[in-house]
Design a protein. Structure first.
Length: 445
């Protein structure tokens, strides 16, 4: 545990952290990763989308994913004015990927962390960061941390914040914009007895008339994850009326059309809760650091975009850091291209989630809006919808990302400037009284 100089120090061993660490190690970079917990550890976010498969192929873990986890072939939606549920089949895009997986996150995350070790990353678990180290000019140079009862430091030419909602670096180094219209809280549990849907490998996403939506994720034939996501204000009001979280969950399930036919609330085990407050940091990088995953940005989990966004950002950042390590004079350009591309992925899915959150539209309206979002023109609106929510639409930008390429740089930077302006305008509205300008407290209701 002696002090060592690394190329990259990664804080956080979840999917984003393990991905960026593994990819950089594959390029021969010396990488140190610290994780505050001991894997395997429980985590929510079990349903993956097909858009993340290319980076899983790059990491060499697809075969293990196929062996260990149940396939996810599509999404069954109970949403909008249409009286009947409607299905989106991943194979309809006609691409290489007709399914992803429903995963147990403790096992999935450990698989990625162990794979990072296999690729040459030095990993230390149960390590708690105590300080972000900076030089006289403010450049991040490493972190101080505790491990096994001792105090240590790890120095790197770059430090990656992949610490999730803890935001170990970004909490200190940059501002944040909260998407006030997407301040939700999730209540969920598991059951070992449930009735499968017509397409048993699909995830269920169902709008609830009183507000919010429910998910059903078939992890195995004998395990279903079932959850209720609703606005924090709505839950707070129900709590003031005397409802317990168990009662709120039960009422949401009873109000559903499909979820209640799949599971008896009496069979659902202990309920868990977490806040799902969508946000984006003002910067994804600075002198000596980058941020990926929830440390950088988070979007409501309506379309299971969390792991996809985190691992896609990690793939982009890995190439940007590799280029910056190779040629320090080009650091700024490489990281700005990473920031702009990653930010575009976020805003594309955020714009659609906002549109989709209105459950009173026709199916064709949701599909047409999905086709229209972004720069890729897709003739078939149904295919456009699947491409967007599965992350497939973004694959060309992610897979072909060249941090040092000149082509399109002006366009990318122009998009970033517009996004920064939009973020400043949103922040000004918040300051004017539409929402508090302080970070909200974790909801305990």
């Amino acid at each position: 545990m002696a002090d060592v100089q690394y190329d990259v120090v990664v804080v956080g061993g979840g999917p984003a952290g393990s991905t960026i660490a593994g990819l950089l190690a594959k390029q021969g970079r010396r990488v140190f990763l610290m994780e505050r917990e001991s894997f395997p550890r429980y985590h929510i976010g079990e349903s993956l989308v097909t858009g993340m498969i290319p980076v899983m192929e790059e990491l060499g873990v697809v075969e293990e994913l196929e062996k260990r986890f149940r396939p996810k072939s599509g999404i069954n939606l109970v949403w909008g004015k249409d009286p009947q549920p409607w299905r989106s089949d991943f194979s309809a895009t006609g691409g290489l990927y007709d399914h992803s997986w429903h995963v147990r996150r403790d096992e999935f995350d450990k698989l990625l962390l162990d794979n990072a070790r296999r690729l040459g990353v030095e990993v230390v678990e149960q390590a708690q960061v105590t300080e972000v180290l900076q030089d006289a000019d403010g450049r991040v140079t490493g972190v101080a941390y505790t491990h096994a009862g001792g105090a240590h430091t790890a120095h790197g030419r770059f430090v990656v914040d992949a610490s999730g909602q803890s935001r170990t670096l970004t909490r200190k180094l940059t501002g944040i914009t909260w998407q006030e219209d997407l301040r939700n809280l999730a209540i969920w549990g598991y059951t070992e007895k449930y009735t499968p849907q017509e397409f048993p490998d699909d995830i269920l996403v169902e709008a609830i008339e009183s507000g919010g939506w429910m998910w059903g994720i078939p992890l195995a034939d004998d395990k279903l994850s079932v959850g209720y996501v609703l606005p924090v204000e709505q839950l707070a009001e129900l709590t003031r009326q005397g409802r317990t979280q168990q009662e709120v969950f039960a009422e949401g399930l009873a109000s559903s059309r499909i979820a209640k036919t799949m599971v008896d609330v009496a069979t659902v085990g202990e309920l868990r809760t977490t806040r799902d407050w969508s946000h984006i940091c003002d910067a994804f990088h600075g002198p000596g650091w980058v941020a990926v995953g929830d440390s950088a940005a988070f979007i409501d989990p309506l379309f299971s975009s969390g792991v996809w966004l985190g691992t896609s950002g990690a793939w982009l950042a890995a190439r940007a850091l590799d280029a910056a390590l190779e040629n320090p004079a080009e650091e700024r350009q490489a990281l700005e291209r990473f920031d702009a591309t990653y930010r575009q992925l976020y805003h594309d899915i955020l714009a659609y989630v906002r549109y989709f959150m209105d459950p009173n539209r026709l199916r064709e309206e949701y599909m047409e809006r999905a086709r229209a979002i972004g720069q890729t023109y897709i003739e078939n609106s149904a295919v456009g919808f699947i491409a967007l929510i599965s992350g497939i639409k973004s694959l060309p930008e992610v897979v072909s990302f060249d941090p040092m390429g000149e082509t399109g740089l002006a366009e990318v930077m122009e998009r970033r400037a517009r996004m920064v302006a939009d973020a400043k305008e949103a922040a000004a509205r918040q300051k004017a009284g539409e929402s508090p300008d302080r970070e909200p407290e974790t909801a305990e209701v």
